[in-house]
Design a binder for this molecule. Structure first.
Ligand code: GRF
Length: 220
């Protein structure tokens, strides 16, 4: 495909979401091409996944820079050299400065393991179970300077079960992360998302018209 968008992916770890993006980009007709995977941590499994797929990698360690912005400038230099048009954060564990976020304004995506705006930050599954909410999920959103905020592109919902542990719930959510991240990236690449007044307007997509109830107890 000639007009595939060139995408850089930033990781810090195992890279299972990266793998979902790699698998999608390998599909004929997928509108994005991953041109570079950058990790701020050396020797993480995500880098192996990229190499196995023949995708160029780079390690840009935050420890080699005096401050966040110089670290981010080094990442940006690599992304620019690769001609990246969009950037996906996939388990990238560094807080980004306004400098980086504004240089990719409207072109920087993140996946977060909760139904934002609920449960921003860490330990989302533990907190969801503690709160007793009946559904959890994940969110792909455009990144803005405020952490885990920003216009929402796509979400997936899973039930929380009575005997859930944070690990069980995390695994159930992660399975959906791998569905929703490639989907959200495709929507952006195909020009089906438009940011208007801080939210994403979608065009040319179907939305779900089905209510979910948890638990499924009857009134009989
Ligand atoms: C995922 O749960 C993602 O939502 C969060 O960090 C985790 C990364 O996992 N931002 P992986 O490295 O993609 O397997």
């Amino acid at each position: 495909m000639a007009d595939r968008k060139r995408v850089g992916v930033l990781i810090s770890g195992r890279g299972s979401n990266l793998q979902a993006l790699i698998d999608a980009h390998a599909q004929p007709g997928y509108p994005a091409e991953i041109v570079r995977v950058i990790s701020n941590v050396p020797d993480v499994f995500g880098l192996e996944r990229a190499k196995a797929a023949g995708i160029p990698t780079a390690v840009v360690s935050h420890k080699d820079f005096p401050d966040r912005e110089s670290f981010e400038r080094a990442i940006n230099a690599q992304l620019e050299a690769d001609g990246a048009e969009l950037v996906c954060l996939a388990g990238f564990m560094r807080v980004l400065t306004d400098y980086f976020v504004s240089s990719w304004n409207g072109r920087l995506l993140n996946i977060h393991p909760s139904l934002l705006p609920l449960f921003k930050g860490l330990h989302t599954h533990e907190r969801a179970i503690q709160e007793g909410v009946r559904f959890a999920g994940c969110t792909v959103h455009f990144v803005v300077p405020e952490m885990d905020s920003g216009p929402i592109i796509a979400q997936a919902v899973v039930p929380i079960l009575p005997d859930d542990t944070p690990d069980l719930l995390a695994a159930r959510v992660l399975e959906q992360e791998h569905v929703v991240y490639p989907l959200a990236l495709a929507l952006v690449c195909e020009g089906k998302t438009r940011i208007e007044h801080g939210t994403v307007r979608l065009s040319g997509v179907k939305t779900v018209m089905q209510a979910l109830v948890n638990p499924q107890a009857s009134l009989a």
